[in-house]
Design a protein around this ligand. Structure first.
Ligand code: HEM
Length: 390
C-alpha cells in the first residue's frame, strides 16, 4: 500500500489497522499524509519523542475544542504540572491499592448471576460498569438514572480527539461534549456542598485557594478526568479478552501460570492498544533526533504503530506473547509530561476482569460473531459476546 491509499476510516482498516500501519512504516518512520496533510510519526523512537517533546499548548491546535479554554491538561509547563501534581498522590500504584477491592466487588457483582454456559456481553455487563463506578468513586460523584445518556456523551466527547473526524460528526460530538459539561456543571454545584477527600474536592479546594489553579478551570479539568478513564478502559477490557481468546494457546498458558497475569496485561497493551494515536501541534520547529518537524504542523503520533515497530520489538513484533520480557516498554499510555495519569488504575481494572474470568470460567470461549470496530483513535469492538464455561 502506498500512503496515498491509507484510509483509517474504512471498515477494513478498522478490523486490522496493524497491517496498514506496517506497510506505511515500511515507507519510513515519518511522513506527511497526503489526504489530511498531517505529519505521521510511526517508529517507536519517533512516536516516543513526539509525545514527549511536542507541546500541547497551541490554542489553534486540533485539540482546542476538546479541552475548552483554560483546561490544565491542554497546557504545558507549570500550568499543566501544577494542577496535575494535585492528583499525583491519588493515582500512584500504592495509593490505588484501596481500589483493588472496589474493582473486584464491581466485577463480582457483574458476574454474580452467571453460571457455566451463560453468555457475557462484555461491554454492556462489565466493560462499562467497571470504569463508570470507579470514576464515580475517585471523583466522588453520585450515580445517575440516565447512565446510557451519559455513556453516549462521554464517548462522543472523547471521540473529538479523532484526527480524521468528518465535519458533521464534529458538530454532533461538540454538542454531546457541551451536554456533558452542563451535567458536570450541575454536579459541581452539588459537590460544593458535599466536599470530601475525593479528587473533585481536592480540585475545588485548590481552585478556591487560587495558587495552583483558578475556579474557571475546575469544569474543564473535571470534564477530562471524567471521560479519560471511561471508554479507554471499556475498549481495553474488550480487547484484552478478545486478544487472549483469539490466541487460545496464550489463554491456556495464563490459566496454567496465573502469575503471568501482570505481564499478560502489558503484552495486551502493546499488542492491542485501544489508544491508537495521540495528536500534537508544533508551536515551533521540533528536533526529534533523526527528523526535524517544522513549526505549525499537526502531528499524529501512532502508538499502534510504535507498539509493533520491528526496530524495537524485533522479528516477533507481530507475535502475541504474554511472556515477552520487555512488554512493559509499550507506549499504550503515552509518554512524557502528558503520560496517562490513570495507567495504574487501568491496569488494576484489567487484571480484576481477566483474573476473575480466568479463575471462575477457565474454559470460556468466544463464539463466531461479526464484530463492529468503532473509532480509529480509541479503537475496540462495539460489543463482544463470550460464552462463560467453568
Ligand atoms: C486502558 C485504559 C487507558 C488507556 C489506554 C489510556 C491511554 C492514555 C494515553 C495514550 C494518554 C496520553 C495522552 C497524550 O499524550 O496526548 C492518556 C492520558 C490521560 N489519561 Fe489515560 N488511558 C487509560 C485509562 C485512564 C484512566 C483509568 C484514567 C483515570 C482518570 C485516565 C486518565 C488520563 C488523563 C487525565 C490523561 C491526561 C494526562 C495529561 O495530559 O497530563 N486514563 N491516557
Amino acid at each position: 500500500m502506498h500512503s496515498a491509499d491509507f484510509d483509517p476510516t474504512s471498515p477494513a482498516y478498522l478490523a486490522d489497522p496493524y497491517a496498514a500501519l506496517k506497510r506505511l512504516r515500511a515507507e519510513g518512520s515519518c511522513h506527511v499524509d497526503p489526504a489530511s496533510g498531517q505529519w505521521f510519526l510511526l517508529g517507536y523512537d519517533e512516536v516516543g519523542a513526539g509525545l514527549t517533546k511536542i507541546t500541547r499548548g497551541n490554542p489553534d491546535g486540533p485539540d482546542r475544542h476538546v479541552h475548552f479554554p483554560e483546561n490544565p491538561f491542554s497546557f504545558d509547563g507549570p500550568g499543566h504540572t501544577g494542577p496535575r501534581g494535585l492528583l499525583a498522590s491519588t493515582f500512584t500504584n500504592r495509593a490505588l491499592a484501596s481500589f483493588r477491592d472496589r474493582a473486584q466487588l464491581i466485577v463480582d457483582d457483574a458476574l454474580r448471576d452467571k453460571e457455566s454456559g451463560s453468555e457475557l456481553r462484555v461491554i454492556e455487563e462489565i466493560g462499562f460498569p467497571l470504569p463508570y463506578h470507579i470514576t464515580r468513586d475517585i471523583l466522588g460523584v453520585p450515580d445517575v438514572p440516565h447512565r446510557d445518556t451519559l455513556r453516549d456523551w462521554t464517548w462522543k466527547s472523547l471521540e473529538l480527539i479523532d484526527a480524521f473526524l468528518p465535519d458533521d460528526k464534529l458538530q454532533e460530538n461538540m454538542e454531546a461534549s457541551g451536554r456533558l459539561a452542563e451535567h458536570l456543571g450541575e454536579v459541581l454545584e452539588w459537590k460544593r456542598g458535599h466536599l470530601g477527600d475525593d479528587v473533585f474536592s481536592i480540585i475545588i479546594r485548590a481552585a478556591e485557594e487560587g495558587e495552583i489553579m483558578r475556579p474557571q478551570q475546575i469544569l474543564p479539568f473535571i470534564h477530562t478526568l471524567y471521560l479519560a478513564g471511561m471508554h479507554t478502559t471499556v475498549n481495553q477490557t474488550a480487547l484484552s479478552l478478545y486478544t487472549l481468546l483469539q490466541h487460545h494457546e496464550q489463554w491456556e498458558l495464563l490459566r496454567a501460570q496465573p502469575d503471568l497475569l501482570d505481564n499478560a496485561v502489558e503484552e495486551i497493551l502493546r499488542f492491542e492498544p485501544t489508544a491508537q494515536y495521540m495528536r500534537r501541534t508544533t508551536e515551533r520547529e521540533v528536533d526529534l533526533g533523526a527528523i526535524t518537524l517544522p513549526a505549525g504542523v499537526n502531528v499524529v503520533c501512532w502508538i499502534a504503530s510504535a507498539n509493533r515497530d520491528e526496530s524495537q520489538w524485533g522479528a516477533t513484533a507481530d507475535v502475541f506473547d504474554i511472556t515477552r520480557s520487555n512488554a512493559r516498554q509499550h507506549i499504550a499510555f503515552g509518554k512524557g509530561p502528558h503520560v496517562c495519569l490513570g495507567s495504574w488504575l487501568a491496569r488494576l481494572e484489567l487484571r480484576a476482569v481477566l483474573g476473575t474470568i480466568l479463575d471462575r470460567f477457565p474454559n470460556t470461549t468466544m463464539p463466531e460473531q461479526d464484530l463492529v470496530w468503532s473509532s480509529n483513535v480509541i479503537r475496540g469492538p462495539e460489543e463482544l459476546i463470550l460464552r462463560l464455561e467453568a
